[in-house]
Design a protein. Structure first.
Length: 116
């Protein structure tokens, strides 16, 4: 018998970015540029080998077709050598609208490539 898996605590589903979205980010005075593996209106997963600790605050900047998006986030989980799961903590309304538009575009592109 396999153990039951815990249900996801996410309030919104993540969308794979297929390498098309990168984030410039700053955490405790250290800057970096990393690809975003997946994202949602509530957070994202950054691919990085940089070591960070859960609870650290992070400042994110994206420059995408929808325009510049800025957000504050907190490190929620760390996969050493792989990346960081971040939860958004602050996004202004203008940037939130651009993030929603980005997610809509990514979902459309993602579903289009899933069809046989």
């Amino acid at each position: 018998m396999r153990p039951a898996t815990a249900p996801s605590r996410r309030l919104s589903s993540r969308v794979k970015t297929t390498g098309s979205v990168w984030a410039y980010w700053n955490c405790q005075g250290h800057d970096d540029l990393s690809p975003v593996r997946d994202m949602s209106i509530g957070g994202l997963f950054l691919e990085t080998d940089k070591k960070r600790i859960a609870g650290m605050l992070t400042r994110l900047h994206f420059l995408v077709e929808e325009g510049q998006i800025r957000a504050d986030a907190v490190v929620r989980h760390v996969l050493p050598g792989t990346g960081l799961g971040l939860k958004f903590t602050a996004i202004n309304e203008k940037d939130r609208a651009k993030l929603a538009a980005l997610l809509t575009r990514l979902r459309r592109g993602h579903h289009a490539t899933d069809r046989p």
